[in-house]
Design a protein around this ligand. Structure first.
Ligand SMILES: Nc1nc2c(c(=O)[nH]1)N[C@H]1C(S)=C(S)[C@@H](COP(=O)(O)O)O[C@H]1N2
Ligand SMILES: [Mo]
Length: 251
C-alpha cells in the first residue's frame, strides 16, 4: 500500500469514525477521540431538538385547504352547561385565565377578538393517522398570557374544556416554549367562520408543532402552573394519563 493511500485510508477511517476502508476490515475499540466526537454529535442533536422547537410549522395556501375537515373526539360536549352557553350564542361564555398570574382574567369572545389576531393555514395531524389542512384565526396565546402576567415559577399552561371524559373536563397542557410559540393561538374562527360545535366552539387551542390531541377544544380555563403533578394523574393530559400517549407530541 502506498504512503498516500495509507494516509487516505486513515483519513477515511478517522472521518467516519469507523475502522472500515478498502476491502479489509479491522475490528478494534473506538478511540477516546471517537467517543468524544460521538458525544458531541449527540449533544448537537439534543441542541437541535431543543432549538427546533422555535421553528414554524408549515403554512399552506388557501387552495390547499382540505374540502372536508373531519371532527374527532368530542363532537358536542352535550352537558346542560354547554347547551345553555350554546343557546346564548356563547355571549355568557368566559375563558378563565388563572393560576400563577398577577392579573387573573375572565375573557369574553369580544375580549378575545380585541387582541391582535393571527390567521394561519396549517395541517392538523391526528395520532390516529389522518390529517387535514384548515385555516385558523385568533390571538396568540402568548399575548393573552402577557396580559395576565405570568408569575415566577410558572412553567406549564393547563387547559380545561367543557366536555367531560369520565365525569371530568378534558384537559391538556403545554410548556411555555409552546405557549409563546408564534403559531400557538386561541382560535375562535376556522376557515373564515366562527368555530362550529364539532371543531370546538367557541374557542380551541391550536398548537401547531404538536399532534391533534394537544389542540384542546371547548376551552373554559387556562391555568399557569409550576408542575403537572397535581393535574389528573400527573402526566399532563387526559390521553397521557389514561392511554399513555406522550405528553410531548411534537411533529
Ligand atoms: N376538548 C377536547 N379537545 C380535543 C379532543 C376532545 O375529545 N375534547 N380531541 C382531540 C383530538 S384527538 C383531535 S385529533 C382534535 C380533533 O379536532 P377536530 O375535531 O377539530 O378535528 O381535537 C383534540 N382536542
Ligand atoms: Mo386525535
Amino acid at each position: 500500500m502506498s504512503a498516500s493511500l495509507l494516509r487516505r485510508r486513515t483519513l477515511i477511517a478517522g472521518g467516519a469514525g469507523l475502522a472500515l476502508a478498502g476491502c479489509d476490515r479491522v475490528i478494534r475499540q473506538p478511540t477516546v477521540r471517537e467517543i468524544v466526537f460521538r458525544g458531541e454529535d449527540m449533544h448537537r442533536g439534543l441542541q437541535r431538538a431543543l432549538s427546533n422547537r422555535d421553528a414554524l410549522a408549515p403554512e399552506f395556501r388557501p387552495d390547499q385547504m382540505s374540502p372536508r375537515f373531519r371532527t374527532n373526539g368530542t363532537r358536542d360536549p352535550g352537558t346542560a352547561d354547554y347547551a345553555a352557553l350554546r343557546a346564548g350564542r356563547f355571549a355568557d361564555w368566559r375563558l378563565t385565565v388563572d393560576g400563577l398570574v398577577t392579573r387573573p382574567l375572565s375573557l369574553s369572545l369580544a375580549d378575545i377578538g380585541a387582541f391582535p389576531q393571527r390567521a394561519q393555514i396549517t395541517r392538523h395531524d391526528c395520532v390516529e393517522g389522518w390529517s387535514a389542512i384548515g385555516k385558523w384565526q385568533g390571538p396568540q396565546l402568548g399575548a393573552v398570557l402577557r396580559a395576565a402576567g405570568l408569575r415566577d415559577g410558572a412553567r406549564y399552561i393547563v387547559f380545561r374544556c367543557a366536555d367531560l371524559y369520565g365525569g371530568a373536563p378534558y384537559y391538556e397542557s403545554i410548556d411555555l416554549v409552546d405557549a409563546f410559540h408564534p403559531q400557538t393561538i386561541l382560535a375562535w374562527a376556522m376557515n373564515d367562520r366562527f368555530l362550529d360545535v364539532g371543531h370546538g366552539a367557541p374557542l380551541r387551542l391550536r398548537v401547531e408543532r404538536q399532534l391533534g390531541y394537544k389542540h384542546a377544544k371547548y376551552l373554559m380555563r387556562a391555568t399557569a402552573v409550576a408542575s403537572l403533578d397535581g393535574i389528573g394523574k400527573g402526566r399532563g393530559g387526559y390521553w397521557e394519563d389514561n392511554v399513555d400517549y406522550d405528553w410531548w407530541a411534537g411533529i
